[in-house]
Design a protein around this ligand. Sequence first.
Ligand SMILES: NC(=O)c1ccc[n+]([C@@H]2O[C@H](COP(=O)([O-])OP(=O)(O)OC[C@H]3O[C@@H](n4cnc5c(N)ncnc54)[C@H](OP(=O)(O)O)[C@@H]3O)[C@@H](O)[C@H]2O)c1
Length: 286
Amino acid sequence: MTTLVTGVNGQLGQTFKEHLGLKNVVYADRGICDLSDKSSILDCLESVKPNRIINCAAYTAVDNAEDEPELASAVNGYAVGQICDWAVKKDTEVIHFSTDYVFDGTKSEAYLEEDKPNPQSEYGKSKLLGEELFLSSGVKGVCIRTSWVHSNYGKNFYLTMRKLMADREELSVVDDQFGVPTTCDFIARNTLMLIDENELQYRGPKIIHCIPSGSANWFEFALKILENLKKHNAKTTCKDIKPVSSKNYPQKANRPKNSVMANSVLGRLLALELENWLDEHQRLYT
Ligand SMILES: NC(=O)c1ccc[n+]([C@@H]2O[C@H](COP(=O)([O-])OP(=O)(O)OC[C@H]3O[C@@H](n4cnc5c(N)ncnc54)[C@H](OP(=O)(O)O)[C@@H]3O)[C@@H](O)[C@H]2O)c1
């Protein structure tokens, strides 16, 4: 059984590498499998002939996607369709990742898997296209929605805050967007439990939300990062974090006000009580 992991240099790709090791796994970076290039995708699939594809590659620059919607759709949408169509023909399982940004954020409770997506950004639209093509292909496997992904790899809010907190005295962080901070380790660990590391036997729902319990706004997330840095005696000059409205912090792409997703389907399938995001997050410091 051969597994292909795409996007290996991204934070989730790196984390899957930690979990899966090198046995029977081929890790592809953009040079080996460029999702914006149909022939690169086909060449990679035909040479690796995977039984399982874990698609960690994605166009994730949310604001840049507003200026490059075609590229975002090619990578996050049409490439997923191409991978799934190939996989259907070869009886290969596809594990794909999507985002809370497919929702518009107007719901007051947590979003369920069956809630209707209504993305408000080009990134969200491109990820929804990927979900739709995954579902319509009829491929084996699962599309896993997650949110506010962070780790000690790559670029993410947690690492950006750490850097700022090492040389600024004061920070302002938005307090009117709510979501569930999720570590890559949480995603990789639970994904592998869900699909079973050895056998191609995933038969569950085609879309699953994979996030820990609880929720936060970005300001609360930043406060916890600072608290943890102090607890672990890490260097910080930061004395104060001020909550600000997203109106005072304009960004190119619209972001949902509430993108908290419910995790009860994941908990039920794994027969686990899923931990709070803070417990998962704290493991990054050790
Ligand atoms: N980050 C988040 O907060 C977040 C939230 C919800 C869902 N997700 C989803 O979670 C998944 C993993 O995200 P992540 O945080 O690990 O992203 P990431 O760290 O930005 O990694 C994405 C990877 O995709 C690669 N990539 C970009 N364009 C490509 C292309 N044309 N062909 C091949 N590879 C390409 C990048 O390659 P280079 O290294 O060469 O640039 C990078 O290695 C994605 O599906 C994402 O949409 C992420």
